[in-house]
Design a protein around this ligand. Sequence first.
Ligand code: HEC
Ligand SMILES: [Cu+2]
Length: 289
Amino acid sequence: MLWVCGAVYLLVLAFLGWAIWRSRHQTGTAPQDHHMRAGLLTWALIITAGIGTLATASFLVDRALAAARQEDALIIRITAHQWWWRITYLDPASGAWIETANELHLPLGQTARLELAASDVIHSFWVPNLSGKLDVIPGRRNVLDITPQRVGWYRGQCAEFCGLQHALMGLDVRVAPAEEFAAWLATQAAPAAEPPDTVLARGRDLFTSGPCAACHTVRGTGAAGQAGPDLTHFGARRTLAASTLTNNRGNLQGWIVNPEALKPGTLMPATELTPEDADALARYLAWLR
Ligand code: HEC
Ligand SMILES: [Cu+2]
Protein backbone atom coordinates (compact mmCIF):
# COMPACT_ATOMS: atom_id res chain seq x y z
CA MET A 1 0.00 0.00 0.00
CA LEU A 2 2.63 2.48 1.14
CA TRP A 3 4.96 1.95 -1.82
CA VAL A 4 2.26 1.88 -4.48
CA CYS A 5 0.42 4.91 -3.11
CA GLY A 6 3.73 6.71 -2.52
CA ALA A 7 4.80 6.14 -6.13
CA VAL A 8 1.46 7.33 -7.51
CA TYR A 9 1.59 10.37 -5.25
CA LEU A 10 5.10 11.33 -6.41
CA LEU A 11 4.01 10.86 -10.02
CA VAL A 12 1.08 13.21 -9.54
CA LEU A 13 3.35 15.80 -7.91
CA ALA A 14 5.84 15.48 -10.78
CA PHE A 15 3.09 16.18 -13.31
CA LEU A 16 1.93 19.12 -11.26
CA GLY A 17 5.45 20.54 -11.06
CA TRP A 18 5.90 20.02 -14.78
CA ALA A 19 2.62 21.85 -15.50
CA ILE A 20 3.62 24.78 -13.30
CA TRP A 21 7.09 24.91 -14.86
CA ARG A 22 5.59 24.82 -18.38
CA SER A 23 3.08 27.57 -17.69
CA ARG A 24 5.89 29.77 -16.29
CA HIS A 25 8.03 29.32 -19.44
CA GLN A 26 5.17 29.77 -21.90
CA THR A 27 5.38 33.54 -21.87
CA GLY A 28 3.97 35.32 -24.84
CA THR A 29 1.28 32.94 -26.10
CA ALA A 30 -0.79 32.09 -22.97
CA PRO A 31 -1.94 34.90 -20.69
CA GLN A 32 -0.48 34.69 -17.17
CA ASP A 33 -3.16 33.33 -14.86
CA HIS A 34 -2.23 34.03 -11.24
CA HIS A 35 -5.64 32.86 -10.08
CA MET A 36 -5.15 29.46 -11.63
CA ARG A 37 -1.68 29.09 -10.11
CA ALA A 38 -2.96 30.01 -6.66
CA GLY A 39 -5.82 27.56 -7.10
CA LEU A 40 -3.42 24.76 -8.04
CA LEU A 41 -1.20 25.46 -5.07
CA THR A 42 -4.20 25.44 -2.74
CA TRP A 43 -5.32 22.07 -4.07
CA ALA A 44 -1.83 20.66 -3.73
CA LEU A 45 -1.80 21.74 -0.09
CA ILE A 46 -5.26 20.29 0.59
CA ILE A 47 -4.29 16.96 -0.99
CA THR A 48 -0.99 16.84 0.90
CA ALA A 49 -2.79 17.54 4.17
CA GLY A 50 -5.47 14.93 3.39
CA ILE A 51 -3.00 12.20 2.51
CA GLY A 52 -0.81 13.10 5.48
CA THR A 53 -3.80 12.81 7.83
CA LEU A 54 -4.84 9.44 6.37
CA ALA A 55 -1.29 8.07 6.56
CA THR A 56 -0.88 9.17 10.18
CA ALA A 57 -4.29 7.83 11.19
CA SER A 58 -3.68 4.46 9.55
CA PHE A 59 -0.25 4.23 11.19
CA LEU A 60 -1.71 4.93 14.64
CA VAL A 61 -4.63 2.52 14.17
CA ASP A 62 -2.29 -0.25 13.02
CA ARG A 63 -0.14 0.27 16.10
CA ALA A 64 -3.20 0.19 18.35
CA LEU A 65 -4.38 -3.05 16.69
CA ALA A 66 -0.96 -4.67 17.05
CA ALA A 67 -0.87 -3.67 20.74
CA ALA A 68 -4.39 -5.09 21.26
CA ARG A 69 -3.11 -8.44 19.98
CA GLN A 70 -0.79 -8.79 22.93
CA GLU A 71 -3.55 -8.92 25.52
CA ASP A 72 -5.02 -12.24 26.65
CA ALA A 73 -7.05 -13.65 23.79
CA LEU A 74 -8.89 -16.94 23.62
CA ILE A 75 -6.91 -19.12 21.21
CA ILE A 76 -8.93 -21.16 18.74
CA ARG A 77 -7.44 -23.19 15.90
CA ILE A 78 -9.67 -23.73 12.93
CA THR A 79 -8.63 -26.15 10.22
CA ALA A 80 -10.58 -26.08 6.97
CA HIS A 81 -11.14 -29.45 5.29
CA GLN A 82 -13.06 -30.37 2.15
CA TRP A 83 -15.91 -29.58 3.21
CA TRP A 84 -16.07 -29.01 6.94
CA TRP A 85 -14.30 -27.17 9.79
CA ARG A 86 -12.19 -28.72 12.55
CA ILE A 87 -12.21 -26.44 15.61
CA THR A 88 -9.92 -26.74 18.64
CA TYR A 89 -9.97 -24.49 21.70
CA LEU A 90 -7.06 -23.84 24.01
CA ASP A 91 -8.95 -24.17 27.30
CA PRO A 92 -7.87 -21.20 29.49
CA ALA A 93 -8.79 -23.20 32.62
CA SER A 94 -6.80 -26.38 31.97
CA GLY A 95 -4.39 -25.49 29.16
CA ALA A 96 -5.65 -28.50 27.21
CA TRP A 97 -6.82 -28.49 23.57
CA ILE A 98 -10.48 -29.34 23.13
CA GLU A 99 -11.65 -30.48 19.74
CA THR A 100 -15.05 -30.11 18.10
CA ALA A 101 -16.29 -29.29 14.59
CA ASN A 102 -18.58 -27.18 12.43
CA GLU A 103 -19.99 -25.07 15.28
CA LEU A 104 -17.87 -22.21 16.59
CA HIS A 105 -18.68 -20.82 20.04
CA LEU A 106 -17.34 -17.42 21.10
CA PRO A 107 -17.62 -15.52 24.39
CA LEU A 108 -19.28 -12.10 24.19
CA GLY A 109 -16.96 -9.10 24.37
CA GLN A 110 -13.75 -11.14 24.60
CA THR A 111 -11.19 -11.22 21.83
CA ALA A 112 -10.87 -14.61 20.22
CA ARG A 113 -7.75 -15.21 18.16
CA LEU A 114 -8.64 -17.56 15.33
CA GLU A 115 -5.60 -19.36 13.93
CA LEU A 116 -6.69 -20.52 10.51
CA ALA A 117 -5.11 -23.48 8.73
CA ALA A 118 -6.12 -25.63 5.76
CA SER A 119 -5.47 -29.34 5.31
CA ASP A 120 -5.98 -29.67 1.57
CA VAL A 121 -6.78 -26.68 -0.67
CA ILE A 122 -7.31 -22.95 -0.22
CA HIS A 123 -10.49 -22.07 1.68
CA SER A 124 -11.71 -18.76 3.07
CA PHE A 125 -13.16 -18.12 6.51
CA TRP A 126 -16.08 -15.72 6.46
CA VAL A 127 -18.71 -14.84 9.05
CA PRO A 128 -20.05 -11.65 7.43
CA ASN A 129 -21.83 -10.27 10.50
CA LEU A 130 -18.78 -10.74 12.75
CA SER A 131 -15.74 -9.72 10.70
CA GLY A 132 -14.14 -9.55 7.30
CA LYS A 133 -13.08 -12.68 5.45
CA LEU A 134 -9.63 -14.20 5.55
CA ASP A 135 -8.09 -16.77 3.22
CA VAL A 136 -7.17 -20.13 4.73
CA ILE A 137 -4.07 -21.44 2.99
CA PRO A 138 -2.31 -24.82 3.29
CA GLY A 139 1.11 -24.46 4.95
CA ARG A 140 0.26 -21.09 6.53
CA ARG A 141 -1.39 -19.99 9.73
CA ASN A 142 -3.44 -16.84 9.18
CA VAL A 143 -4.66 -15.06 12.27
CA LEU A 144 -8.00 -13.32 12.65
CA ASP A 145 -8.95 -11.51 15.87
CA ILE A 146 -12.67 -11.25 16.55
CA THR A 147 -14.32 -9.48 19.48
CA PRO A 148 -18.05 -10.24 19.17
CA GLN A 149 -20.37 -7.50 20.39
CA ARG A 150 -23.80 -9.12 20.25
CA VAL A 151 -25.21 -12.40 21.55
CA GLY A 152 -26.77 -14.62 18.92
CA TRP A 153 -26.34 -17.19 16.17
CA TYR A 154 -24.37 -16.26 13.08
CA ARG A 155 -23.89 -17.99 9.78
CA GLY A 156 -20.42 -18.51 8.34
CA GLN A 157 -19.47 -19.76 4.92
CA CYS A 158 -16.34 -20.84 3.08
CA ALA A 159 -15.81 -17.98 0.65
CA GLU A 160 -13.18 -19.44 -1.67
CA PHE A 161 -14.12 -22.05 -4.25
CA CYS A 162 -12.64 -25.25 -2.82
CA GLY A 163 -14.21 -28.05 -4.82
CA LEU A 164 -17.51 -29.78 -5.41
CA GLN A 165 -19.18 -29.05 -2.08
CA HIS A 166 -17.77 -25.58 -1.53
CA ALA A 167 -21.34 -24.20 -1.36
CA LEU A 168 -22.21 -26.64 1.45
CA MET A 169 -19.22 -25.73 3.61
CA GLY A 170 -21.07 -23.62 6.15
CA LEU A 171 -20.33 -22.84 9.75
CA ASP A 172 -22.67 -22.11 12.66
CA VAL A 173 -21.36 -19.51 15.09
CA ARG A 174 -22.76 -18.97 18.56
CA VAL A 175 -21.86 -15.84 20.53
CA ALA A 176 -22.82 -16.31 24.19
CA PRO A 177 -22.28 -14.48 27.49
CA ALA A 178 -19.00 -15.46 29.17
CA GLU A 179 -20.57 -17.83 31.76
CA GLU A 180 -22.61 -19.65 29.13
CA PHE A 181 -19.51 -20.03 26.95
CA ALA A 182 -17.45 -21.38 29.89
CA ALA A 183 -20.17 -23.91 30.70
CA TRP A 184 -20.33 -24.98 27.05
CA LEU A 185 -16.53 -25.39 26.88
CA ALA A 186 -16.58 -27.49 30.05
CA THR A 187 -19.14 -29.89 28.52
CA GLN A 188 -17.07 -30.10 25.33
CA ALA A 189 -13.97 -30.96 27.36
CA ALA A 190 -15.66 -33.95 28.97
CA PRO A 191 -15.46 -37.37 27.29
CA ALA A 192 -18.64 -39.09 26.11
CA ALA A 193 -20.73 -40.68 28.85
CA GLU A 194 -21.42 -44.40 29.22
CA PRO A 195 -24.67 -45.35 27.35
CA PRO A 196 -27.50 -45.90 29.87
CA ASP A 197 -29.51 -48.50 27.90
CA THR A 198 -29.06 -51.40 25.50
CA VAL A 199 -30.10 -49.58 22.29
CA LEU A 200 -27.58 -46.79 22.90
CA ALA A 201 -24.93 -49.31 23.92
CA ARG A 202 -25.58 -51.16 20.67
CA GLY A 203 -25.17 -47.88 18.76
CA ARG A 204 -21.90 -47.23 20.55
CA ASP A 205 -20.60 -50.73 19.77
CA LEU A 206 -21.57 -50.41 16.10
CA PHE A 207 -19.76 -47.09 16.00
CA THR A 208 -16.55 -48.25 17.64
CA SER A 209 -16.35 -51.57 15.80
CA GLY A 210 -17.45 -50.36 12.35
CA PRO A 211 -15.78 -48.16 9.73
CA CYS A 212 -16.98 -45.03 11.57
CA ALA A 213 -14.21 -45.32 14.17
CA ALA A 214 -11.54 -45.27 11.46
CA CYS A 215 -12.49 -41.69 10.56
CA HIS A 216 -14.21 -40.24 13.63
CA THR A 217 -13.24 -39.67 17.24
CA VAL A 218 -15.61 -40.05 20.16
CA ARG A 219 -13.49 -39.32 23.24
CA GLY A 220 -14.11 -41.83 26.00
CA THR A 221 -14.54 -44.73 23.53
CA GLY A 222 -12.01 -46.55 21.36
CA ALA A 223 -12.94 -44.43 18.32
CA ALA A 224 -10.03 -42.13 17.51
CA GLY A 225 -10.17 -41.56 13.75
CA GLN A 226 -8.95 -38.20 12.42
CA ALA A 227 -10.26 -38.03 8.85
CA GLY A 228 -13.67 -36.64 9.81
CA PRO A 229 -15.25 -34.33 12.40
CA ASP A 230 -14.94 -35.10 16.12
CA LEU A 231 -18.32 -36.47 17.22
CA THR A 232 -17.83 -36.59 21.03
CA HIS A 233 -20.71 -34.13 21.60
CA PHE A 234 -22.26 -34.26 18.14
CA GLY A 235 -25.84 -34.43 19.48
CA ALA A 236 -25.51 -30.90 20.89
CA ARG A 237 -24.85 -29.37 17.45
CA ARG A 238 -27.62 -27.53 15.67
CA THR A 239 -26.77 -28.73 12.20
CA LEU A 240 -25.27 -31.68 10.38
CA ALA A 241 -22.46 -31.85 7.80
CA ALA A 242 -21.18 -28.25 8.03
CA SER A 243 -24.51 -26.46 8.26
CA THR A 244 -26.02 -28.52 5.43
CA LEU A 245 -29.01 -30.00 7.28
CA THR A 246 -30.87 -29.55 10.55
CA ASN A 247 -29.50 -31.98 13.08
CA ASN A 248 -32.39 -34.33 13.80
CA ARG A 249 -32.57 -38.10 13.89
CA GLY A 250 -34.20 -38.46 10.46
CA ASN A 251 -31.54 -36.42 8.68
CA LEU A 252 -28.83 -38.11 10.72
CA GLN A 253 -29.96 -41.60 9.79
CA GLY A 254 -30.19 -40.59 6.13
CA TRP A 255 -26.71 -39.11 6.34
CA ILE A 256 -25.17 -42.21 7.90
CA VAL A 257 -26.68 -44.54 5.31
CA ASN A 258 -26.05 -42.38 2.23
CA PRO A 259 -24.18 -39.10 2.75
CA GLU A 260 -23.61 -38.75 -1.00
CA ALA A 261 -27.36 -38.25 -1.54
CA LEU A 262 -27.41 -35.26 0.82
CA LYS A 263 -24.04 -33.70 0.00
CA PRO A 264 -22.80 -34.96 -3.38
CA GLY A 265 -19.03 -35.32 -3.44
CA THR A 266 -18.63 -35.54 0.33
CA LEU A 267 -15.57 -37.48 1.50
CA MET A 268 -17.64 -39.60 3.86
CA PRO A 269 -18.52 -42.93 2.22
CA ALA A 270 -21.89 -44.67 2.51
CA THR A 271 -22.09 -47.54 5.00
CA GLU A 272 -24.41 -50.47 4.45
CA LEU A 273 -26.48 -51.02 7.56
CA THR A 274 -29.71 -52.80 8.48
CA PRO A 275 -32.48 -50.34 9.42
CA GLU A 276 -32.15 -51.43 13.08
CA ASP A 277 -28.41 -50.76 13.09
CA ALA A 278 -28.82 -47.38 11.37
CA ASP A 279 -31.46 -46.49 13.93
CA ALA A 280 -29.27 -47.52 16.87
CA LEU A 281 -26.31 -45.55 15.46
CA ALA A 282 -28.41 -42.43 14.91
CA ARG A 283 -29.90 -42.70 18.41
CA TYR A 284 -26.43 -43.02 19.89
CA LEU A 285 -25.01 -40.02 18.00
CA ALA A 286 -28.05 -37.86 18.80
CA TRP A 287 -27.62 -38.80 22.47
CA LEU A 288 -23.96 -37.62 22.50
CA ARG A 289 -24.46 -34.19 24.03
C1 HEC B 1 -13.59 -42.48 5.23
C2 HEC B 1 -13.86 -41.71 6.43
C3 HEC B 1 -15.26 -41.75 7.04
C4 HEC B 1 -16.00 -42.84 7.46
C5 HEC B 1 -15.66 -44.32 7.30
C6 HEC B 1 -17.16 -42.30 8.11
N1 HEC B 1 -17.15 -40.94 8.06
FE1 HEC B 1 -18.53 -39.70 8.89
N2 HEC B 1 -17.60 -38.10 8.06
C7 HEC B 1 -16.42 -38.15 7.34
C8 HEC B 1 -16.17 -36.84 6.78
C9 HEC B 1 -14.97 -36.46 5.91
C10 HEC B 1 -17.22 -36.01 7.20
C11 HEC B 1 -17.44 -34.54 6.84
C12 HEC B 1 -18.36 -34.55 5.65
C13 HEC B 1 -18.78 -33.22 5.12
O1 HEC B 1 -19.38 -32.44 5.89
O2 HEC B 1 -18.54 -32.96 3.95
C14 HEC B 1 -18.08 -36.82 8.02
C15 HEC B 1 -19.23 -36.35 8.67
C16 HEC B 1 -19.99 -37.10 9.55
C17 HEC B 1 -21.05 -36.58 10.39
C18 HEC B 1 -21.46 -35.10 10.48
C19 HEC B 1 -20.57 -34.40 11.47
C20 HEC B 1 -20.88 -32.94 11.66
O3 HEC B 1 -20.13 -32.28 12.39
O4 HEC B 1 -21.84 -32.43 11.10
C21 HEC B 1 -21.55 -37.61 11.10
C22 HEC B 1 -22.67 -37.58 12.12
C23 HEC B 1 -20.83 -38.80 10.68
N3 HEC B 1 -19.88 -38.44 9.76
C24 HEC B 1 -21.08 -40.10 11.16
C25 HEC B 1 -20.46 -41.24 10.67
C26 HEC B 1 -20.86 -42.58 11.02
C27 HEC B 1 -21.96 -42.95 11.99
C28 HEC B 1 -20.05 -43.43 10.31
C29 HEC B 1 -20.07 -44.93 10.27
C30 HEC B 1 -21.30 -45.54 9.82
C31 HEC B 1 -19.14 -42.60 9.53
N4 HEC B 1 -19.42 -41.29 9.77
C32 HEC B 1 -18.16 -43.09 8.69
C33 HEC B 1 -15.62 -39.25 7.16
C34 HEC B 1 -16.00 -40.57 7.42
CU1 LIG C 1 -13.82 -24.34 1.52
